[in-house]
Design a protein. Structure first.
Length: 255
């Protein structure tokens, strides 16, 4: 199977001891493309180092994560804009809204999100959207942006059937990860109502490892377990899900 991990943080310190081994294991498992979302100015250099080390397999994004937004977010956005203007990136991400960890800077999160949506439109790049405890607010902001041709992924989708349909009606696709393997994750009840042509697979490594590795460090090679679970939900083969989701990723990112 040829697989694509559309969201993994291989550049984080959790992989410093064995990053090369982790990438080799992913490649051996058929994961030929790994897309790396930025977090903030503290991660951008490590992100680019990792992408440059594996240019045929690791593809960088650039953006400001919502949980890194605070009263100084304009300085962080200036870094993002500078990178987007000078470098080659495959998406603006990871951006979005997060009402789970801290609501203190929510107005600033919304402003940062809107600005980065506009940059994605200007650069003709897809967006990779973080949404946690904020589906109505995030979907509403994307709708109100009214940016023709804007496209992308709602990363780590855990919403309802209605959320999924609103997202796909906007022309966006859903990133499905380890939560699909969780006993009470809920995606087994949601996905059957959604055409699999609107899906891509992701690990969010080192977070959200699928069963049977739940609670341990996640790795891109585990995308195979996610493909198998999604296949069970749809009553098809992992090979078919791998083919479909990889083609979706190729079309979205242009790789």
């Amino acid at each position: 199977m040829e697989l694509t991990d559309t969201h993994c943080h291989l550049f984080l310190p959790e992989f410093d001891a064995d990053r090369e081994t982790v990438v080799d294991q992913a490649l051996n498992a058929g994961v030929t493309r790994m897309f790396l979302p930025n977090v903030d100015s503290t991660t951008s250099a490590r992100l680019l180092e990792t992408a440059n080390r594996w240019p045929d397999n690791c593809f960088p994004m650039m953006g400001l994560h919502p949980t890194s937004v605070n009263g100084e977010f304009e300085n962080e956005l200036a870094m993002v804009e500078n990178h987007l203007n000078k470098g080659t990136f495959y998406a603006v991400g990871e951006i979005g809204l997060d009402l789970y960890w801290d609501k203190t800077w929510f107005e600033q999160q919304k402003e940062a999100f809107k600005i980065q949506l506009e940059w994605a439109h200007t650069h003709q790049l897809p967006v990779v959207i973080h949404v946690r405890n904020s589906f109505p607010e995030t979907i509403s902001l994307v709708q109100k942006s009214a940016l023709a041709g804007l496209r992308g992924i709602f990363h780590c989708f855990t919403g309802s059937v209605n959320d999924a349909k609103m997202i796909t009606d906007l022309g966006f696709i859903l990133g499905i990860g380890g939560v699909s393997t969780f006993k009470n994750g809920g995606l087994d009840r949601v996905l059957p109502s959604i055409d699999p042509s609107f899906l891509v697979l992701e690990t969010d490594s080192p977070y959200l490892a699928p069963v049977p590795y739940r609670g341990k460090r996640n790795e891109p090679q585990y995308i195979t377990l996610i493909a198998q679970q999604v296949a069970r939900i749809y009553g098809t083969t992992a090979e078919r899900i791998a083919e479909l989701t990889t083609n979706n990723a190729k079309q979205l990112f242009g790789v």
